[in-house]
Write a protein that binds this ligand. Sequence first.
Ligand SMILES: Nc1ncnc2c1ncn2[C@@H]1O[C@H](COP(=O)(O)OP(=O)(O)OP(=O)(O)O)[C@@H](O)[C@H]1O
Length: 270
Amino acid sequence: MIVEAAPQTSQKRETILSVRDVTVGFGDHIVLDKLNLDIYRGEILGFVGASGTGKSVLMRTVLRLIPRRSGKIEMLGSDYDAIPADERYLLDMKLGVLFQQGALFSALTVKENIQFPMREYLDLPPSLMDELARLKIELVGLAPEAADKYPSELSGGMIKRAALARALALDPALVFLDEPTSGLDPIGAAEFDQLIAKLRDTLGLTVYMVTHDLDSLFSVCDRIAVLGKKRVLVEGTIKDMLDCPDEWVQSYFRGKRARSIPGFGIERNA
Ligand SMILES: Nc1ncnc2c1ncn2[C@@H]1O[C@H](COP(=O)(O)OP(=O)(O)OP(=O)(O)O)[C@@H](O)[C@H]1O
């Protein structure tokens, strides 16, 4: 199913994440070399690239889990390295992350998982935290009974939704999703995509999504960035991808798998 992308006009776009000339490496191995990237408020940016090109490294660098060698990263208008600790704390609260496999705490229930960031960042009475967890569970389309279940009692799709609820616990402005539909069957994946699109449309959420899922790229991403040769090779709409002469981009977006997707070739956001 094609979910309509949010309208984007160049005049209105507010940059929410700006990556400038960022270089990251491990020993002699330079993974990202002077990479540039922008994400605009209210969009879903799909991030793709061949295996090992550095998609996870970039996401982790932006989240400051990996140090960069050089370059500048601004999030929500602030350079993290240039602001005082209390402002960093506030900035961290505006980011949500869903790592691959969900990464829920196995010893905690869904409700406790969702409340984990609330306990870390907020000082709220238990009754209010319960109400907030209930709302997040509803928001991601889980049944209320899921609140008291442990991750081991959930299906793969439920784990993704619970992890998304935890990522949304503090009402972030920007969420990072690392291959959110991997491991889901096509129907579960399509439902998850629709949920992400709904959150963009209703909450104005900005989404940075690393994905190998062509369905997600075609159906919900407003823009796509392709990583290769240690940089962003091309960024833009599906039409831009189809028009890009790069060999990998051509084989990925015009290959057999892409052609089997309903709506393939529709010039969206052109
Ligand atoms: N902690 C690390 N130490 C050394 N090298 C690393 C480290 N993390 C990643 N790399 C290397 O960085 C490169 C990019 O890895 P990364 O996991 O970002 O690729 P990817 O594009 O996300 O791949 P995939 O699509 O397969 O998940 C790889 O060569 C990887 O071996």
